[in-house]
Design a protein. Sequence first.
Lengths: 171, 761
Amino acid sequence: MAPQGGEVAPRRELALIVNGRPAVARIEPRELLLDFLRNRLGLTGAKRSCDVQVCGACTVLVDDRPVSACCFLAYEARGRQVTTIEGLAEAGHLHPLQEAFIEHGAIQCGFCTPGMILTALTLLREVPTPSPDQVRTYLKGSLCRCTGYWKIIDAVVDAGRRMARAEAARR
Amino acid sequence: MSGVVGTAMRRVDAAEKATGAARFTGDLALPGLLCGKVLRSPFPHARLVRVDTSAAERMPGVRAVLTGGDLADLDPYYGHAIKDRPIVALERVRFIGEPVAAVAADDEAAAEEALRAITVEYEELPAVTVLGEALAAGAPRVHEGPLRPGLFHGLGDLRREEGNICYHYHFARGDLESAFAASDVVVEGEYTFPAVYQYAMEPHTVIAQWGESEITVWASCQHPYLVRAELADLFRVPLSAVRVIVPYVGGGFGSKSYTKMEPLTVALARKARRPVRIANSIEEAMVTTRRHNMRCWMRTGATRDGAVVARQCRIWLDTGAYADNGPRVAATAGDAAPGAYRWRAVGVDAWAVYTHTPPAGSYRAFGAAHMAWIGESQIDALARRVGLDPLEFRRRNLLRPGEEVRPGGKPLDADLVGDVTKVAAAVGWGTPKPPFVGRGVGVGLLAAGAQPVSTAVLRLQADGTVVLLVSTTELGQGARTAFTQIVADELGVPPSRVRVAGADTQVTPFDRSTGASRSTTLAGTAVQRASADLRGQLLEIAKRVWGLPLSALTVRDGAVWHETDALPFPELLARHFGMVGGELIGRGEVRPERGSGSYAEGPVFWEVCVGGAEVHVSPETGQIRVRRLASVADVGKAINPQLVEAQDEGASLQGLGNTLFEEMIFENGQLMNGSLLDYHVPTTADLPDAFHTIIVENGDGPGPYGAKGVGEGALAAVPAAIVNALADLGLEIRDLPVTPERVLRCLGVLGAPAGTGGAAP
């Protein structure tokens, strides 16, 4: 008979930083980061869809790099910084990417939106003012079935410009 | 009027969705919520000899195991069109993936372990897994005995036909044989369309709770009232004892129309006496519903001077093991088959056919997406045969507004000639073409709106804010935003003072469904009427307060006005109720204005499917690059142009996927590409080089301000436009998707097409 649920391996302690706050839990080694975030921390912004790292709906940032939380063991995130969509707005102010998605109508059902925005954020960190073609290339690992992508691409291009302008103004 | 109708107002749900705060069914937490998992059949057709759940029931963390044996007190069959589907397999299984048992456990791991501990003994039976087998004489029957009509079949006389025919739709007008004899040119062909997966990113998710006095269901469903009715019928309780709540839905596209996983989840909760959530995986979603694969034979005739004469068409749609929406898909395909032309004679037969494959149901633009590219490719072939430009040929033959589309149905309510002229210009029609570049247009009509029954309630609160109760589900289409705009303008309040409640059958009033491009048109009219009702009540109160005639009063800026005097809504309410409280309730209703509102007398409106494409074909690789794609969104009136564009852009890319690569591949009833690793959903890499939505506002729709629905048309128009752009290069496409391999076969590089064309049975 197969081993029974909950008795596969001893639990391990997991300590990490999620959206700037420490989180500690005893978890099973097999627990996925997506389940850890959604079930234990109630951070349900990251979504489960394809389960095979194709769609990008579960994307979160681990030490600023995008990962598919559906295929990433929670334990692998020990001692690291995890950012979810819930951690993007600062002090009640939406991030410029969030603003741009809203303004450009880049959101429809909203299921892809959290992963899409976090993926776009990593692009803007690498390429602050990308061209539409660069956005297109970068986002091909993030599926959206509603929008046809055009408004998402517009939003990311625009957010890059806005952030660059704001940065220039600060200097 | 505050003047937000017609503007690209921000979506009212956008901020919630941008921050991750929006809750979907999978995000909800309930005390004591169990995890439900489903054991599914590995055989396309088999007798259930024995299902042994005893080991599973004894496992730690397992709270209930459900099998067909638990349903003895019920008539456990459902299906809105035909009651042919048991909640869980009873004596036999009819497709690979059919639920055989379900487990409710404390967590997912325990539920999955328990599934592995269930032993099922099957006796395999001969199966019909493709249309040809199902239609063969003496074929094994998928369903024995008479078909029982479902609660919402709307199909007229449900005659049982021979063998595996689930439903037959037929209409004809004129004498076909003499009309074809009078045709100077006739084109004829056999065509196939593949099974396609809708891929709503959120797979079907349901939570059910079996309470003492109420069955409560949270579901990712499009039509909560129809789900409620089927659940009440199945579990033998009054309608009012079933409450269906629909949180945000992560895309529908038809895949969440009607009843899907709800009965199984309720049955499991009934046994567990605890709330249970069943969340499909993608592979499970793919065997829950899909688009019908199809074979079609069509012939079309015209005179040598370029007038269309006759069309005849036979359509076989593979509806899988259960009818789901197959009968309606067959009827809509039949309605779409003639296209928008003036025929001397036309004859259409469409059959939904049972096979031992996963059930097929609704997917955006069903029927029209199946048929428009076929009919339109024959129009282009005729144009070439008589030496006319395909655009000119269409201008001569397209129906004009007011002309008959289908016998007994609604006359044409759109300017198709204007639409196709615009779209052709957008893809450079008539300008020089580089080598290996072709252009095409496609025109079609989709019977839209479903049954015209919707209601809305508007509650004006003591502080002057308004709560709209309407059961349209928010699938991403932006219904809450469009309704907010209508209410704001009708009541003269800013959109920030309007709140749209989520669908909840205990709270929000009846709406037939969210689909068929109907919500802005029909629920939107109910919302507009509820607003007018409320406005009338406010005016009456002001009339009493001031002692002035109604003609001296106007409503704007959250108040009733007489010249420069204003009575703000809160003050009117306070005067009316004598306290700072109370509320005014506006009611709006839509029902058939003439006749029964049946499909036969419909549709509510003809949704326009007009697109243009410019493609480049690589003669070496067979790769198709779409250089330009354009679609007309002929919406009567764009309540929110940004939402209209968003609908059209999404539908167009789905159309591109359906045309060029999307296909569910089955072998002996087994889905071979049941994962997104193997099933290709369009990505940003698949976008055309340029896309253009042309919004047309002729005010010719039956909805608010002359609006009519949008969101499906492009999905039918794009395949037609691409197929005709390929025909412009001499490629005769008979089978979708148009893979590079098929292109190379057409070009003769890989030899003649083999095994394509789907010979008519």
